[in-house]
Design a binder for this molecule. Structure first.
Ligand code: UDP
Ligand code: UDP
Length: 466
């Protein structure tokens, strides 16, 4: 038990995020909102982090919230060849899995004792057996959309149960119980592949395990994902699934604030397109060049974060080299191209931003929702087509399905990109609708709002475990 200022006992909750900014950021925002409600929070960190962005976010966070305690989980190195993945973020999940025996003594050592542990969906199959053995309530924070959650919890039955080579090649849709059929083209291709791969193993193993958690928390809200949430909570998708509580969109947190990019201050209101594909998506050089050309040809001002490598530490590219001669000269006066990490939250909230060309990582989309910025969706991999569907569905933006997945499926030419950029920036109706979604989001997390109620109810439940 822990005593807050007014001497009322408060629960002590530990959070265990997995790797990558797309997973760390929502955990830190959630931790900030729990601290605001006087919940005592410990964050379990794993070192070294994969990206520089992660280590910087953690250090800003802990200096902004001195009342939140960091605890380190020791990780065993992975030094055998049996783990076959080029993705360092996935290797980190695997390292955490293999080090899970260190979790039992760590979790038992907390003082005051824990009322609950909240972990990432990508660690469910690793962590739930440990918390069960300790009789510690376990909650999952799902960091993507509710639409993606319907696929996540059901893939072991609809995809995983099929023997290899038995996938019905002619079938164009995937049928998730309780949901409208979804085109196969929206499913991350590794999940449909007969070849073993870490994404497939993780989604199937973790998705299967969610039924054994005590509750699923999700960074979304009723107004934008009512149907998926209703199907999940009515037991239509998976019978016996624990309650799914929407508590988002997570408001950006104090530790993320910084001085914004000065160039933006000089641009007219709503005039700039922000283009970024998140923290871990590398784009091919050919596509980067087409995109650059498209942005310049659109005639719209832009702020573009270029990323050629998955991990930011490795991104040592020289922009001149990536684009070839003359490009950066052509950009002058039309836009700003940067290759370093920007504080996206800050950028999106800037009055000059009027549109967002996005890969549709769920955090990026919740940030667009939070600031009412229309989105031009260009999903690249993973859950991003499922999320792009949500963008269109709620009227936040446009998705050109024909552009396909990124990563070499096809190169989208500059003319098409320029055309869509102009379209999104000139669409007044979209801007209005994005403004409405923003108001709904703020109502959801404000006092009396649906997500705020969910959070308060959750804390009340944890109070029973003090
Ligand atoms: N982000 C940022 N600056 C960058 C790139 C990304 O602040 O230069 C943040 C972005 O605001 C978001 C997170 O990193 O909160 C990325 O998560 P998302 O789910 O959008 O995509 P992912 O990177 O996991 O693909
Ligand atoms: N995912 C998962 N287990 C993992 C990693 C990812 O279940 O270990 C799911 C999760 O729903 C995620 C989606 O697969 O949003 C796409 O994963 P990807 O690595 O493409 O994106 P991330 O969210 O990690 O940036």
């Amino acid at each position: 038990m822990s005593l807050s200022n007014n001497q009322k006992p408060t629960p002590h909750v530990a959070l265990l995020p997995s790797s990558g900014m797309g997973h760390l950021t929502p955990f830190l925002r959630f931790a900030g909102s729990l601290a605001e409600q006087n919940v005592r929070v410990t964050i379990i960190t794993t070192h070294p982090t994969i990206s520089l962005a992660e280590s910087q976010a953690l250090s800003h966070f802990f200096s902004t919230f001195p009342q939140i305690t960091p605890k380190q989980l020791h990780l065993l190195p992975i030094n055998d060849a049996s783990v076959n993945s080029e993705d360092p973020f996935y290797l980190k999940y695997e390292a955490i899995r293999r080090s899970s025996h260190f979790l039992t003594p760590l979790l038992s050592s907390f003082s005051p004792p824990l009322s609950a542990l909240v972990t990432d969906m990508s660690l469910a199959s690793t962590v739930i057996p440990v918390t069960k053995s300790l009789s510690l309530p376990n909650y999952i924070l799902f960091t993507s959309s509710a639409k993606m959650l319907t696929l996540f919890v059901s893939s072991h039955t609809i995809i995983g149960s099929k023997p290899p080579n038995d996938s019905d090649e002619t079938e164009e849709f995937i049928r998730i119980p309780g949901m409208q059929p979804i085109p196969k083209s929206w499913i991350p291709p590794p999940l449909l592949s007969n070849k073993p791969n870490l994404l497939k193993t993780h989604i199937i193993e973790n998705g299967k395990m969610l039924i054994q958690s005590d509750g699923i928390l999700i960074n979304t809200f009723q107004n934008i994902e009512h149907e998926s949430l209703a199907a999940l909570n009515d037991g239509k998708v998976v019978n016996g699934l624990p309650k799914v509580t929407p508590i988002g969109p997570f408001a950006p947190c104090d530790f993320e604030r910084n001085k914004s990019i000065a160039w933006l201050d000089d641009q007219p209101v709503g005039s700039v397109l922000y283009a970024s594909f998140g923290s871990r998506t590398a784009i091919s050089r050919e596509q980067i060049r087409e995109l650059g050309d498209g942005l310049v040809r659109s005639g719209i001002s832009f702020l573009w974060v270029v990323k050629e490598k998955k991990v930011d530490r490795e991104d040592e590219l020289e922009l001149g080299e990536v684009f070839g001669d003359g490009f950066l000269e052509r950009v002058k006066g039309k836009g700003l191209v940067v290759k370093n990490w920007v504080r996206q939250e800050e950028v999106m909230g800037h009055k000059a931003i009027g549109g967002f060309l996005s890969h549709c990582g769920w955090n990026s989309l919740t940030e667009a929702v939070w600031h009412g910025v229309p989105v031009l969706a260009w999903p690249q991999h993973g859950d991003q087509k499922m999320n792009a569907f949500v963008v269109e569905r709620i009227g936040l933006g446009m998705w050109v399905e024909d552009w396909g997945w990124g990563g070499g499926e096809k190169v989208v030419r500059s003319g098409k990109i320029g055309e869509k950029v102009r379209e999104i920036m000139g669409n007044e109706l979209l801007r209005e609708q994005a403004g409405k979604v923003k108001e709904e989001a703020r109502r959801a997390v404000g006092d009396g709002g649906s997500s705020k109620k969910g959070l308060i109810e959750l804390i009340e439940i944890w109070n029973k475990f003090i």
